[in-house]
Write a protein that binds this ligand. Structure first.
Ligand SMILES: NC(=O)c1ccc[n+]([C@@H]2O[C@H](COP(=O)([O-])OP(=O)(O)OC[C@H]3O[C@@H](n4cnc5c(N)ncnc54)[C@H](O)[C@@H]3O)[C@@H](O)[C@H]2O)c1
Length: 332
């Protein structure tokens, strides 16, 4: 039982955000006690439903120290960060500070307080331009934009932290999509930049036409190909990663895992599927390529299956169905 081997709460930074709130639910369902640390700059208080909230910044050393002294978390799941690739291209400094430098403050505290396990939200975009059909973790790291650079730098900091006794796992998410199948939480980014909620909203008439960025990529239909993974499957992988880290004997180590579905869908295919499921076509127009976008990003998830014993259980249709249900409930 995971709950009998873990002392104290699990500190979930960014726990008021889209993925973090689903992680809190999965941890609570595994018998653990999430404690959400979030500025609420991008997240929502309504999404903190499992465990309590400490409001503050992961880069505020004094505040983070107080949280460790007061709550004594022995596991950290670090999701806090900015997530917009386009914004990172326009303002790289903002990403280097918030995602990179501030993570080092948290990692320092985790080392000093001897946490048992540290899980970090990384991204498939650290791979840059893929040199293989299915990206494996050994693929070279060549980030194409400041967002991805900021994430790769945290992975490097965790490599270093292993020498200081920290056991950590970086989870390289592909595209998180869907919503809690129980309808309790879901995606509510502002601004929204993710394909599925944008397509759903356009189909429901809640936004203007969706812009498909680029139709001249070297892919079958010219639009980008991505690997979509249901957010609740993704959340479950964090529980598996904590379990895996608790089993490790080495004093310190850092390992990386891809988390996706292992299947690629083009943007056009997703748009068509959303249209079919809503019952009317998604209004869309074609725009220019976005700087920093890779044509194809599809992951091999063999390592996560083998080592973490994790496998996604919900396909693209389930992701669209749950996203639709969530969005319809939001506007009711
Ligand atoms: N959504 C995806 O498809 C995806 C893909 C790859 C990686 N990721 C990573 O997963 C994590 C979560 O993504 P999300 O989609 O849930 O984003 P989100 O914006 O919904 O959640 C991020 C949360 O972090 C909080 N936050 C930001 N900076 C903070 C700081 N300095 N201190 C404390 N809280 C802070 C925000 O208020 C927000 O609640 C991010 O680190 C993101 O880079 C997401």
């Amino acid at each position: 039982m995971l709950s009998s081997t873990i002392r104290g709460p699990v500190l979930v930074t960014g726990g008021a955000g889209f993925i973090g709130s689903h992680v809190c639910k999965a941890l609570a369902e595994a018998g653990l006690q999430p404690l959400c640390l979030d500025t609420l700059e991008k997240g929502h208080e309504w999404a903190v439903r499992w465990g309590s909230l400490v409001k503050g910044d992961v880069g505020d050393g004094r505040f983070v120290e107080e949280v460790f002294v007061r709550h004594k978390p022995s596991v950290v799941v670090h999701l806090a960060g900015y997530i917009e690739v386009g914004e990172s291209v326009a303002n790289p400094e903002r990403y280097m500070v918030n995602n990179s430098a501030k993570s080092r403050v948290l990692i320092g505290a985790a080392i000093r307080h001897k946490v048992q396990a540290f899980v970090f939200s990384s991204t498939c975009s650290v791979y840059g331009l893929p040199q293989a059909d299915r990206l494996e973790e050994e693929h070279k790291i060549a980030p194409l934009n400041p967002y991805a650079i900021s994430k790769a730098s945290v992975e490097r900091a965790l490599d270093e932290a292993a020498w200081r006794g920290l056991r950590s796992a970086s989870l390289r998410y592909f595209n998180a999509a869907g919503a809690d199948p129980g309808g309790e939480i879901g995606e509510a980014h502002e601004p929204e930049t993710h394909l599925l909620p944008l397509a759903v909203d356009a189909a429901l008439g809640l936004r203007d036409a969706l812009v498909v960025h680029g139709e001249d990529y070297p892919t079958e239909d010219g639009s980008c190909v991505r690997d979509f993974v249901h957010v609740s499957d993704l959340a479950q992988a964090h529980v598996s990663a904590v379990q895996w880290l608790m089993r490790q004997k080495a004093r310190g180590r850092h390992d990386v895992f891809n988390l996706g579905s292992g299947n690629g869908y083009s943007v056009k295919q997703v748009v068509d599927q959303v249209g079919r499921m809503v019952g009317r076509p998604v209004p869309h127009v074609f725009g220019a390529r976005r700087p920093g976008d890779s044509p194809v990003l599809v992951g091999s998830i063999a390592k996560a299956e083998r080592e973490l014993g994790w496998m996604p259980t919900r396909d693209l249709e389930a992701q669209i169905e749950d996203a639709l249900r969530w969005r319809r409930a939001m506007i009711r």
